[in-house]
Ligand binder design. Structure first.
Ligand code: TXA
Ligand code: MG
Length: 311
């Protein structure tokens, strides 16, 4: 931990665990360190990063206006898997906001992240610790495998408990807008806010979630309705790897059976996609989860990882 903090202070890059996914951290006040972060990720410069803090009090110093809504949500969900987008203060440079007038703020709950942030003292800019567009990392091993030589230090913290990226809520323009669904659901946000939360317009370019292909494995993946899975396997034969709720099918070499609980599914999702991606198959077939609201965040990630089967 001491080394990790020292590296951050010296403008280096430290990958660290959070309860959602692993982050690749740099001192959010250091333009050069953040530039290196973008270079290592291969991320376009106009994509803003989330800045992480050990407390809401510190986080809100990076916002010039903190609406009551933000305070109420922070009281309820921080530390935790929720990112709030607020109007930025002078502390948030263009190099973390992608030139926008708003900044994404989060106080994570993972004990290793909390210790790092507390010891470091300042804001830590941290996108997910994966190459741009790829599936996020939920173990230190994923990070080492993908970014190993390019980061200065990887803090070990086990498997991420939530497994998918934080919920992002934009509170910078009056009406709350959900930019990315996550573990903290829209219903849960509305319950605290006592007002409607809008969905972001499809294809909004300013956040990665707005890109159609994101969180995607390298092997082409198809999202297949449950009742078509059997026919799709029959059509493609053994060259597929399958992610499904049902028991393995003998015709298929590589099969991962997923839990029927959406939170358990989310926790396993990225490790499973990485495993299937490494199976050397031509296609990954993913059985569509239910169309119900508890599955919203998982469905969002799956639809970005996959296309629909050609008919
Ligand atoms: O769970 C998470 O949020 C993880 C962990 C490490 O905290 N981080 C993460 O970062 O997923 P990243 O960079 O992979 O995704 C952050 C998303 C991006 O889509 C980015 O565009 C959006 O947050 N974002 C950040 N600041 C924003 C802002 N000011 N306005 C709109 N979107 C913003
Ligand atoms: Mg990401």
């Amino acid at each position: 931990m001491r080394r990790a903090v020292e590296i951050l202070r010296n403008g280096g890059l430290v990958a660290f665990p959070t309860e959602t996914v692993y982050g690749l951290g740099a001192d959010a006040a250091d333009a050069e360190a953040v530039a290196r972060l973008y270079a290592v990720k291969g991320r376009p410069k106009n994509h803003p990063v989330i800045v992480h803090f050990s407390s809401a009090e510190d986080a809100f110093e990076w916002a010039r206006e903190v609406p009551q809504a933000a305070r109420r949500l922070a009281a309820k969900y921080w530390p935790g898997p929720l990112t709030l987008v607020l109007k930025r203060s002078a502390k948030a440079g263009d190099f973390v906001t992608g030139g926008q007038d708003s900044v994404g703020l989060r106080v994570p709950s993972h004990p290793v992240a909390r210790e790092l942030l507390l010891e470091f003292g300042g804001g830590v800019a941290a996108p997910s610790a994966n190459e741009f567009g790829n599936v996020s990392a939920t173990t230190a091993q994923h990070v080492r495998g993908e970014l190993g030589g390019k980061v200065d230090f990887v803090l070990e913290g086990g498997s991420s408990e939530v497994g998918i990226e934080s919920t992002i809520l934009d509170l910078s323009c009056g009406t709350p807008v959900l930019l990315r669904p996550g573990h903290v659901s829209r219903d849960a946000l509305e319950e605290v806010l006592k007002e409607k939360v809008l969905e972001k317009e499809a294809g909004s370019p300013r956040h990665s979630g707005g890109l159609a292909r994101h969180y995607a494995p390298k092997t082409p993946a198809l999202l297949v309705p449950a009742h078509e899975l059997d026919a799709e396997i029959a059509r493609r034969g053994a060259r597929v790897a399958v992610l499904a709720f049902s028991r393995p099918d003998e015709r298929v070499d590589y099969w991962i059976r997923m839990p029927k609980d959406p939170q358990a599914y989310a926790r396993r999702l990225y490790a499973a996609l990485r495993e299937l991606d490494g199976a050397g198959c031509e296609t990954i077939l993913i059985e569509s989860p239910p169309e119900t609201s508890p599955w919203t965040a998982v469905r969002d990630r799956l639809s970005r990882a996959a296309a629909s089967p050609a008919r």
